[in-house]
Design a protein around this ligand. Structure first.
Ligand code: F0G
Length: 361
């Protein structure tokens, strides 16, 4: 039987040779592209979701971490560092452990989901809660890596982008060509940069040494949380705030690459409110059958908002990346739309009471 071998081996011909010297993999990538009839009905388009929560540590970060940690291992690095809103730290911790390296993670104090914190600790990271937000953590991590013998594995490391671009390859491989529109959340803006690179390369646009697989590239539609929407506003946000803690970022490192992807693809970067994010989160869980963390629902929220404004062409083929697993930050499922707590119904252990509670006749 053949098993998916991880993105470095599966896409070896499209990745730089230096990531192959010492491959560190947990079998990342090869994630499902799931049809979403509930979203197709609502938008009049043909919508699929790319379920990145199915990666080994539960987010898309693993695609970039296999390449970044492999490259670091190939260079003989002993230690890595990252700033993170949670998922990068979980992924870096797992891959560093696998490579026998020390991993230091800087996270904003009190603003990271419990699931992600647990992962970083379980995988043995040196976790420091910094008195500051993600942007402060990233500045500190970059300085640390400049001065001390530790490698930076945030998405400003080009090896991260190389690995993450494979998600675009997988989508084209499954659909037979690029979609018309690709929607995704935008935080530090590494992922939109990576998808755009992947789509361009697969269309033979940047790297002419390999045959083109796609005939076109999609419009890139990125969505930031309204309380953390520097690219939409056109200036950094000093105190970013949103329930979608993964994208609570006020000064994205790949800002220019994101606006370049938006403009060269004919796309948009817009803001969605926390209410829109939670509504999309509920539709994904209760109608599509895919449980994601709040930030991951921002792409769906943005697509639905644009559909309401009549901006989604009928029949367009749309892919939405849902970036991280719902179990990372499960508390939101236990809230009612009105903001109350969901209380499980209690019953005694007899079948009549149970049938009664279920409303069965
Ligand atoms: N969705 C999730 C679940 C994320 O964790 C992130 C980023 C994004 C979307 C946005 O992606 O930064 O490439 O634009 N999380 C980073 C972290 C910042 O530290 O885990 P981006």
């Amino acid at each position: 039987a053949h098993q998916w071998r991880g993105v470095i081996t599966e896409y070896a011909d499209r990745l730089p040779a230096h990531v192959r010297e010492r491959v560190v993999t947990l079998g990342e990538g090869g994630t499902p592209l799931v049809a979403a009839p509930a979203l197709s009905e609502r938008t009049g388009a043909d919508v699929h979701v790319k379920v990145e929560g199915m990666n080994p540590t539960g987010s898309f970060k693993d695609r970039g971490m296999t390449t970044a940690i492999s490259a670091a291992a190939g260079r003989g690095a002993k230690a890595v560092v990252c700033a993170s809103t949670g998922n990068t730290s979980a992924s870096a911790a797992a891959y560093a452990t696998r490579a026998g390296m020390t991993c230091a993670v800087l996270v904003p104090d009190g603003k990271i989901a419990m699931g992600k914190l647990s992962q970083a600790i379980a995988h043995g990271a040196r976790l420091l809660q910094v008195d500051g937000n993600f942007d402060d953590c990233l500045v500190a991590a970059r300085k640390l890596a400049d001065v001390y013998p530790v490698e930076l594995v945030n998405s400003v490391n080009p090896d991260r982008i190389e690995g993450q671009k494979t998600a675009a390859f997988e989508i084209v491989d499954v659909l037979g060509d690029a979609p018309d529109i690709h929607c995704l959340p935008v935080g530090n803006a590494g992922n939109i940069t990576a998808y755009w690179k992947g789509y361009r390369e697969y269309a033979g646009l940047d790297d002419a040494s390999l045959p083109a697989v796609a005939t076109r590239t999609p419009q890139m539609w990125g969505f930031q949380a309204a309380g953390a929407a520097p690219i939409v506003k056109g200036h950094p946000v000093d105190e970013p705030d949103t329930i979608a803690t993964a994208i609570r970022i006020g000064n994205p490192a790949s800002w220019e690459q994101a606006t370049h992807a938006r403009d060269t693809s004919g796309g948009v970067i817009e803001a969605v409110s926390d209410e829109q994010i939670l509504a999309a989160h509920r539709i994904l869980s209760a109608e599509v059958g895919v449980f994601v963390e709040p930030a991951s629902a921002a792409g769906v929220a943005g697509l639905l908002a644009r559909a309401e404004r009549g901006l989604v062409p009928a029949g367009a083929r749309v892919v939405v990346t849902v970036t991280g697993h719902g179990l990372k930050d499960p508390q939101w499922a236990l809230r009612t739309p009105e903001g109350g707590d969901v209380e499980p119904t209690r019953v005694s252990a007899d079948v009549v009471s149970i049938a009664d509670a279920l409303g069965l006749d």
